[in-house]
Design a protein around this ligand. Structure first.
Ligand code: UD1
Ligand code: CA
Length: 456
């Protein structure tokens, strides 16, 4: 195969999005539309990716600062042919060019490969048979079935408008032809634009073969022009992701009620119930179960762990065979070792919990190091913040913290210590002993009566 240049056209404003964000930066699966196109381009291993940008230029460039891309500005959007003309200076003489559109997020690398296989010494165009071809460029074929031109909808005769085979906009050809053809373009048409599609007629005139690769997958050639398209393609993207997971053996209670905005890696026999959202990079070990309505972001959950319903996890790691939730919240910097339990209405932040420890009910544990086999009673709070600074709490192995305890950091609870319920602990508690800090005595006032409602 020849050397490959890829030109991605992304200068359109996207007026119909009704947004201040450039069209190609709107997201599918939390990744910019253009990011999907760039990812596809990279699979094809080109020696150059050129993006033609225009509207919102700098924001678009900034978003992809880490990619090695040649950026070319099209100051005025005078048509797709004019857009490719801007890239000519960067095209390699001895390469083929693949043209992709920056607003087609589900573009398929396999179809591009087929197109490129046809482009050796030819002009190869990806086409599609569209039920309603209105608005698209039509693939005009001669009596023998050979492609003779692409005619834009606005320039087409009534007869040509009946053609349902349309140009997807993706095409490939040798640069030695492309550069020559681009120089021949005029804007003598219904839209006074420089149409890239006019190169088809030039190829035919000059005896260069024009071939079409007809795709069956409409979504992989569908461009996004409005928020309705964005929502529709998002669903297709999610459906396809869910299908992949099912094929890998993941159990999804309902593949239509799953959202993945990033990457979800699953081991063997993973089960995911309805309405779960996975964000960033999430990895689930073998036999992990995620119950309904969980939101899980940037997390590693080890084998055999069950996450009960309505749990929210953000930037945390959970060891194997743990039980989390329902209604638990794990905030950034939390790591739980194996066989830990975190129950309902428990919030953990920047805390490390060692093997076998339990925080089962209604607690806030922040900036804390917990040893092994610790039991944190209901309603325990680590007071980690004095209004200006944060401090750590250290709870050593085998500690038992009674319910409704406040641990005022910085404070250390020694190995095997017991803290009596209702204590406010402000000083380190020694290992192996009972420490408590409550009101001195329990009083009972025999004559006390409950207040009654005053009658008006
Ligand atoms: C174009 C094709 C049409 C095809 C359709 C598929 C031409 C003349 N027509 O139509 O045959 O059926 O795509 O969707 O090529 N762009 C620029 N600069 C410009 C104009 C466009 O970068 O000056 C970019 C847009 O951002 C977009 C892509 O090119 O990503 C296609 O532009 P669009 O206006 O959607 O193309 P159409 O004219 O609708
Ligand atoms: Ca279009």
């Amino acid at each position: 195969m020849s050397k490959l240049n890829i030109v991605i056209l992304a200068a359109g404003k996207g007026t119909r999005m009704h947004s201040n964000t450039p069209k190609v930066l709107h997201e599918i699966g939390a990744k910019p539309i253009l990011g999907h196109v760039i990812a596809c381009a990279k699979i094809l291993n080109p020696n150059k990716i050129i993006v033609v940008y225009g509207f919102g230029g700098e924001t678009v460039k900034d978003k992809f600062a880490n990619e090695s891309i040649t950026w070319v500005k099209q100051a005025e959007q005078l048509g797709t042919g004019h857009a490719v003309q801007q890239a000519v200076a960067y095209l390699d003489d001895d390469a083929n060019t693949l043209i992709l559109l920056g607003d087609v997020p589900l573009v398929d690398a396999g179809a591009c490969q087929k197109l490129l296989a046809q482009a050796e010494n030819k002009l190869a165009i990806l086409s599609f048979n569209k039920v309603d071809p209105t608005g698209y460029g039509r693939m005009v074929r001669d009596a023998s079935g050979q492609i003779s031109a692409i005619v834009e909808h606005k320039d087409a005769t009534d007869c040509q408008r009946k053609i349902i085979e349309v140009n997807t906009g993706m095409m490939a050809m040798p640069n030695q032809y492309l550069v020559k053809w681009l120089a021949q373009l005029t804007n003598d048409n219904a839209q006074a634009e420089y149409y890239l599609t006019d190169i088809v007629a030039f190829a035919v005139q000059q005896g260069v073969a024009v071939v079409a690769e007809i795709t069956e997958d409409e979504w992989s050639v569908t461009g996004i022009n409005a928020k309705t398209d964005l929502a529709q393609i998002e669903r297709i993207y999610q459906t396809r992701y869910a299908q992949q997971l099912l094929q890998q053996g993941v159990t999804l209670k309902d593949p239509a009620r799953l959202d993945i905005r990033g990457t979800l890696r699953c081991g063997c026999d993973v089960e995911i119930d309805v309405n779960c959202l996975f964000e960033g990079d999430v990895s689930l070990g073998d036999e992990v179960k995620i119950a309904a309505n969980c939101v899980i972001k940037n997390a590693v959950i080890a084998a055999g762990t069950h996450i009960a319903a309505f749990t929210h996890i953000d930037d945390a790691q959970i060891g194997e065979n743990s039980r989390i939730g329902p209604f638990a919240r794990l905030r950034p910097g939390t790591t739980l070792a194996a066989s830990t339990h975190v129950g309902n209405f428990v919030e953990l932040k920047n805390s490390q919990v060692d093997v076998g420890s339990k925080i089962n009910h209604l607690s806030y544990v922040g900036d804390t190091t917990l040893g092994k086999n610790v039991n944190i009673g209901a309603g325990t709070i680590t007071c980690n913040y004095d209004g200006a600074n944060k401090f750590r709490t250290v709870i050593e192995d085998d500690v038992f913290i009674g319910s409704d305890t406040q641990l005022v950091a910085p404070v250390t609870i020694g190995k095997g210590a017991t803290i009596a319920a209702g204590s406010t602990i402000t000083k380190d508690a020694p290992a192996g002993q009972l420490t408590f800090c409550r009101a001195k005595e329990q009083k009972t006032i025999a004559s006390w009566k409950r207040p009654v409602k005053i009658k008006k």
